[in-house]
Design a protein around this ligand. Structure first.
Ligand code: SF4
Length: 207
């Protein structure tokens, strides 16, 4: 159903290289993609790659990032990530989960997004707040723990769909199955949804 609705889903972060995608995803933690897209034109205009960002003054980074949440910590993380990529990976974003999660500010979710989006490598399914909410409402998991949700989703999703499947759930959660006011009355998944939010709508439809 989500495949028909979002046949060619795209990440909504703006980026021009795997490195910029990695940095944008780090910045998007607990921050909307829209807010990140407002700061990255200046950030990537001045520090477009690992060599330049590794040498960026922290104060300048903080100034550029000040409109997004946790900007001080994120300034440290993105510069630390650029430095680690220069020191350990010859300036190239590594293509292995084990290597990516050693970078500052990079956990499994960020690594999954970068591997899937930049390199089309399916290592797992990135679980963010939208994926967690939609998965629970659709009965695909009972867990609230991202690693367990990821494990549950990997069991019911073909590996070839892990990357796009994540993007579809993000878009569905961001614009349709929203946290506060899900659009249950016009939802194609109403009949399979187990969320309390959908029960009244389903009962009314079947009366
Ligand atoms: S029926 Fe409502 S809660 Fe269930 S998936 Fe659709 S929008 Fe989300």
């Amino acid at each position: 159903m989500l495949t028909e609705r979002y046949p060619s889903p795209r990440c909504e972060l703006d980026y021009a290289s795997p490195f910029q995608l990695l940095i944008a995803v780090i910045l998007s933690a607990q921050t909307s993609d829209k807010a990140v897209n407002k700061v990255t034109p200046e950030l990537f205009g001045r520090f477009p790659d690992a060599p330049s960002l590794a040498k960026a003054p922290l104060l300048e980074l903080r100034k550029i990032l000040r409109s997004i949440g946790f900007f001080r910590a994120k300034a440290r993380s993105i510069r630390g990530t650029a430095q680690a990529i220069m020191k350990r990976y010859g300036g190239e974003v590594p293509r292995e989960m084990a290597a990516l999660i050693t970078l500052p500010g990079v956990a499994r979710k960020t690594a999954n997004v970068v591997l899937g989006e930049a390199f089309e490598i399916a290592e797992g399914i990135a679980v963010d707040t939208h994926v967690a909410r939609v998965s629970k409402r659709l009965g695909l998991t009972k867990s609230t723990s991202p690693p367990e949700i990821e494990r549950d989703l990997m069991q019911v999703t073909p590996r070839t769909d892990w990357g796009k499947g994540h993007l579809r759930m993000v878009l569905f959660g961001r614009y349709h199955c929203t946290a506060r006011s899900p659009k249950c009355t016009e939802c194609p998944l109403l009949d399979v949804c187990i969320a309390p939010e959908s029960a009244a709508v389903r009962d009314a439809c079947h009366e």
